[in-house]
Write a protein that binds this ligand. Structure first.
Ligand SMILES: Nc1nc2c(ncn2[C@@H]2O[C@H](COP(=O)(O)OP(=O)(O)O)[C@@H](O)[C@H]2O)c(=O)[nH]1
Ligand SMILES: [Mg+2]
Length: 662
């Protein structure tokens, strides 16, 4: 795997994630949308810039809850006040990044955290990073004092998360009084899940609790996957007039940081661990986003299906009722009978067909107002049917959508009244009927192209012939059989005989079929234009059905890039520093020199020392004593021996503990 191809697949993932829109609020969609946003931010703020310059300085972000002593810690590590400790809260102050002057270029550019402006003086907004150059800080290490993770100010919290996501190393600060609080643990848990390099600083431990509290926190860390992270316990002391802690209280932390900074391989180990963890967490978080995208698409599909189904039903109902005789009732029948003449000729149709024919022919010759009335009756009969079915279809869709959370959301968002047919519908219905009547007349005229037939049609008038054809259509599935002929049936038989006399039996059958198909097609078109309202409402959601596949493809590409974890071309994975490699860490442990020291042990559980995957420095580190004088900063580190001691729960405070091999 080359860095370039890893960067390419990460960029592909980034670009597809920026397109993620989950407009329907479904279970998990808000979380997935937030995750996608955060993943893009982490790619931009950290992963991509870090891959671009693996040897850039290590950024240690100091995070934790309000008043935990983050600013105090940063100041005490540096030996001067670079970040004002907060007294009045909540305050919005730009986060302070302390760096070696030689590393300025790395932090001044938009290589990391490109969304934040840079300032060299105090700034008071959450979109600026205040840069402070500090010559005593070792080159290759920068400290960032982040806002409170539990700030009451939303932007502060968001910025704290963003900064922690951009950290090579988290220096997580908590206090003896509040280390069990939920919010900081959510962050620590998240760090553990993506195996970010973490060190925990436990502030303000009362002298009497030195044996117990760090041990308990260590056990919690071990339980939650942070067993390989070092835990620094800082005793409760008074701060000096500048608000700094005594040097001895923080020197183990400073020495540890300095030793990391001094050793390029250790630095790289930290970077690779966090980077690998961050990339790994992208691959574990992405499937939920693909699922969320798929679910949005499926919901929208389901809603579209509901709409289509309902309109298909309307089309079917109209199709059936324009053929089964339903229409040949009331006005249509009355006007048709007015037209052809009523009364006695309805009797004995079959026997007296010859007489009837003469009667009908006579009636057709007399067309005029009566033909017009019958045509209007046909129009309004069809209109009533289509409008009723149009409203019923809309109502069915609305009910189906109301029964579905996604449907309710679409109904709420749309400006259309989807509870009934569209305002254009009645006009469209009238047009469709007129057009169909036009189709029928055209059909009749076309048949009339044949001279003999044409002459007959002319004799009766195109309108009358067309009307007879419509009557036939309306009863085409009515199943007329001699014995069962009712009044409607009788009139239709009349029409049929009449038409057969002009066009012949086959011709009539063919024309009736063509006319019916033309009607069905027009009704289908009508439903289609009503359906556009639903299509529009769903399209307005802005879902892109191809998105899920794109994100999945990017994920697959990334997965195939990092089979077996991050191992970059030309960047050998360094072995991680162990406690023994720290200056002054004492003799190697008798059982195994490579083991880290004194992981917090919990009864019945294995010591964290068995997993040397983290910083390789799990364990609890206590200060040796508090007589160390005022804060002195990094100047003399790391040549001075580490003053920290590693806690043994059973040993008196301040004595070294040999590794626990139990
Ligand atoms: N006595 C004492 N005060 C501390 C200690 N650490 C922090 N403080 C005080 O606690 C308050 C909050 O500290 P600060 O560093 O601003 O916390 P932050 O919100 O995490 O940055 C300040 O007034 C500090 O002076 C400590 O170890 N001992
Ligand atoms: Mg602070």
């Amino acid at each position: 795997m080359s860095t370039a191809s890893l960067v390419a697949s990460l960029t592909q993932l980034r670009n597809s994630l920026t397109q993620v829109r989950l407009p329907l609020s479904l279970p998990g969609s808000a979380a997935a949308e937030k995750a996608a946003r955060e993943m893009v931010a982490q790619l931009d703020d950290y992963i991509l810039p870090r891959l671009d310059s693996l040897d850039a300085p290590l950024l240690a972000v100091v995070g934790g809850s309000t008043g935990a002593g983050k600013s105090t810690l940063v100041n005490s590590l540096i030996g001067r006040v670079v970040s004002r400790p907060g007294v009045i809260r909540p305050t919005t102050r730009s986060p302070v990044l302390v760096h070696h002057p030689g590393d300025l270029a790395f932090f001044q550019s938009d290589r990391v955290l490109p969304g934040l402006a840079r300032s060299f003086g105090q700034a008071n907004d959450t979109s600026t990073l205040q840069l402070v150059a500090e010559p005593s800080l070792p080159q290759g290490l920068a400290l960032l004092d982040a806002p409170d993770v539990d700030s009451v100010v939303t932007e502060n919290r968001a910025l704290a998360s963003q900064l922690l996501a951009a950290a090579d190393l988290w220096l997580f600060v908590t206090t003896a009084a509040r280390y069990a609080d939920a919010v900081p643990w959510e962050y620590l848990q998240a760090a553990a899940e993506r195996s970010a390099a973490v060190a925990v600083v436990l502030q303000r431990v009362p002298p009497g609790a030195m044996g117990e509290v760090p041990q308990h926190l260590g056990a919690l860390m071990l339980e939650r996957g942070l067993g390989s992270s070092p835990l620094f316990a800082v005793p409760e002391t008074t701060t000096d007039d500048r608000g700094l802690l005594p040097d001895a209280a923080v020197s183990p932390i400073r020495d540890w940081l300095a030793s990391l900074a001094a050793d390029q391989r250790s630095r790289q180990a930290v970077v690779l661990q966090t980077l690998d963890g961050a990339i790994g967490s992208l691959t574990t978080k992405t499937p939920a986003i693909v699922t969320a995208l798929t679910e949005q698409g499926e919901s929208s599909e389901q809603l579209w299906h509901d709409a289509e189904k309902s309109y298909a039903e309307a089309v079917r109902t109209i199709g059936v009722q324009t053929a089964d005789g339903t229409l040949l009732r009331g006005e249509v029948l009355a006007r048709w009978q007015d037209f052809v003449g009523t009364g006695e000729f309805m009797r004995g149709v079959e026997q007296r067909i010859g007489w009837l024919r003469d009667r009908i022919l006579a009636a057709f010759r007399g067309e005029g107002q009566r033909a017009e009335d019958a045509k209007v009756a046909v129009q309004s009969g069809l209109e009533v049917l289509m409008r009723e079915e149009g409203d019923a279809a809309a109502e069915r869709v609305e009910n189906a959508w109301l029964a579905n959370p996604a449907g309710r959301q679409v109904l709420e968002r749309t400006h259309e009244d989807l509870s009934r047919a569209s305002v254009e519908y009645p006009g469209a219905v009238a047009r469709v009927i007129r057009d169909w009547q036009g189709d029928v007349l055209e059909l009749v005229s076309a048949e009339g192209a044949d001279k003999k037939t044409g002459a007959r049609i002319m004799a009766f008038g195109v309108n009358g012939v067309g009307l007879a054809l419509m009557m036939l259509v309306f009863f085409s599935t009515g199943g007329i059989t001699g014995a069962e002929v009712g009044i409607a049936g009788g009139t239709v038989v009349l029409a049929q005989r009449f038409l057969e006399a002009i066009f012949g039996e086959d011709g009539v059958r063919r024309m009736a079929k063509t006319a019916k198909e033309a009607l069905d097609a027009r009704v289908e078109g009508l439903a289609g234009s009503e359906l556009t309202r639903y299509r529009q409402a769903l399209d307005d959601l802005g879902l892109a059905p191809e998105r899920a596949g794109e994100v999945q493809a990017a994920l697959d590409a990334l997965r195939s890039e990092r089979v077996g974890g991050l191992a970059l071309e030309g960047v050998p994975r360094p072995s991680l520093p162990t406690a023994q490699s720290l200056p002054g860490a004492g003799e190697p442990a008798p059982g195994g020199p490579a083991e880290p020291v004194a992981s917090p042990t919990v009864e019945g559980e294995p010591a964290a020392s068995e997993g040397v995957m983290g910083l390789g420095l799990g364990g609890i580190i206590l200060p040796a004593g508090l007589g160390g004088g005022p804060a002195r900063g990094f100047v003399s580190a790391p040549s001075a021996p580490v003053e920290g001691t590693v806690l043994d729960a059973d040993a008196p405070q301040g004595r070294r503990l040999e590794p626990d091999h139990g």
